[in-house]
Design a binder for this molecule. Structure first.
Ligand code: S3P
Length: 165
């Protein structure tokens, strides 16, 4: 069993992933944490020192490695499904679930979040809403390739496991 959670920054992939892993007896892996460990650098450091293109290459490499792990729930980075043929690789090697979240909710969560996210650093609420809407317009075609979609935040863990069974 290998489950990939995909969706925009702030959609709750890590929170849901930990809960789902615990309830299903699977290991939880956060892809950004994995990239940081493998490269001995934080994600903001990779963006600042090597640039986004190099980050995407490292992200792809991490995905190739993680696609060989078993009995895991993987919370992917928000951009991960949208580069190379990453979403196809995920669909080939596991169950993909898109956490479809309202842009207003994403903006509120991201404004409060303490995680350093290079792509949205220093944005005002309005700039963030504009960024989310513009980026979602580009990314939705990748997110929608996920095999499953969750749009209710109160979806239960058993319900999710039944859905992908
Ligand atoms: C990114 C999302 C981040 C992280 C990086 C780029 C993106 O992950 O991979 O900052 O392109 O949307 P989260 O979705 O876990 O914040």
């Amino acid at each position: 069993m290998r489950i990939y959670l995909i969706g925009f920054m702030g959609c709750g992939k890590s929170t849901l992933g930990k809960k789902l892993a615990r309830s299903a007896g699977l290991q939880f892996i956060d892809m950004d944490d994995y990239i940081e460990e493998r490269n001995c650098k934080t994600v903001p450091q990779i963006f600042a020192e090597d640039g986004e293109t190099e980050f995407r290459i490292k992200e792809r490499k991490a995905l190739e490695e993680l696609s060989r792990f078993s009995d895991v729930v993987i919370a992917t980075g928000g951009g991960a499904p949208c580069f190379f043929d990453n979403i196809d690789l995920m669909n080939r090697t596991g169950k993909t679930i898109y956490l479809d979240t309202d842009p207003e909710i994403l903006a509120s969560r991201l404004m409060k979040s303490k995680i350093d996210r290079p792509l949205i650093k220093g944005k005002s609420r309005q700039e963030l809403i504009d960024y989310i809407n513009n980026t979602l317009a580009e990314r939705n075609k990748f997110y929608r390739k996920a095999e499953f979609r969750i749009s209710r935040p109160d979806t239960g863990m058993d319900e999710i496991m039944d859905m992908i069974a």
